[in-house]
Design a protein around this ligand. Sequence first.
Ligand code: HEM
Length: 400
Amino acid sequence: MATNIHQHTSRCTSTNENINAMSVHLYNYSKSTLDIIFVVAAYELWFKQILHELDSIRQMFTIDQLGVDERKVLLLVSRLNRIVQIQKLLRDQIMILETMTPLDFMEFRDYLAPSSGFQSLQFRLIENKLGINKVHRVRYNFQDYSKVFDSQDRKQIEESEATPSLLVLVQEWLERTPGLEENGFNFWGKYRKSVEVMLDIARAEAENEVDEEVRATLLKDVQKQEASIGNKVLPKASSTGDRRFSYKAMQGAIMIYFYRDEPRFSQPFQILQLLMDIDSLLIKWRYNHVMMVQRMIGSKLGTGGTSGYQYLRSTVSDRYKVFVDLFNLSNFLIPRDFIPPLSSSMKMRLRTSLVNGRLYESDSALCSDSSEDDQVPAVTSALNNVAIGTRSTTAGDFCD
Ligand code: HEM
């Protein structure tokens, strides 16, 4: 009798009973199967916890939640960190399966067919809620990945595809990073100028080099820099096609990277780090899993109907990286000396936090903010002084 361990364990409410019943059943079949039953059951239970965390994180990322109270950012960081810690467990649990010999596994493989991790509903929900886009998925046998699910599960998958993923919510949050306003601090305008100056200096230094050979090498280097950073940040370079985030969200992320030592950016910086951790741990799990699969079944077809090892190997790639743009942020980094200095009013904004829709500053000078370097009049500046993810507030909200 075939059974689907993934579906079974993810659906059970009284987990212990169900797992016990199934393991006794399979244990009779082959003693080594006990490993798989427990390991899969443990995976599905942790998947459940990850989904629970992901739902609450997505809820917190909405404007209504985070936009009125920045104290929630701390909770957000701790929830993201919990997912990361669970993922570390999941990545390492693969090793337990590797203690089974391929011959042991062969004994009961037919028993498991056509059951496969490919039918793990919770795994697909995690992927979708994180933001893996359907168009980036590897198709097997020209089929949609959701075809293997029954109508009830497929409904859940469709819902998870339709609701805003973490990727989308993070993008919206980054787009509201304070300091991006063109009529305010205008970070991107300043940054682009810095890049131009940096490239001009490098070019001038290269051209002044007397040694012909060294000059040629230096000029080549400048050209390379122009092709990488220059093409990405200078005018008209808004879309390179390889990005998931909007241009504005990228600007917000770069700004957080540069000024992460400022109080209001230090937790957002941690969030960006944790999002990358989540991505890289998922990829590391995929890698460990595919290595184990090759060891167990070589290049035989998977019980779920895919090409097995070949299929899984193709999923260990950037197409399955949700926050790939954060990994590529390093392309935009420039030496510290060229990072645009913060204006005094911008510094003030980054020392202020939003609590219950009101701004609390560590420096009382905030309310008479009239920095000429941001070219924003006092009231407008205060109005612009919204937190990351804040909806507009009235001027009266800023000072008691
Ligand atoms: C000896 C143990 C295992 C073997 C030989 C194995 C083999 C495979 C194969 C061949 C696939 C490709 C789909 C197909 O079946 O055609 C697959 C997919 C998958 N397996 Fe396993 N697996 C094992 C254990 C596990 C465990 C313990 C989990 C825990 C959750 C798991 C989760 C998954 C998931 C989520 C997928 C879908 C991956 C994707 O489509 O990106 N597998 N597995």
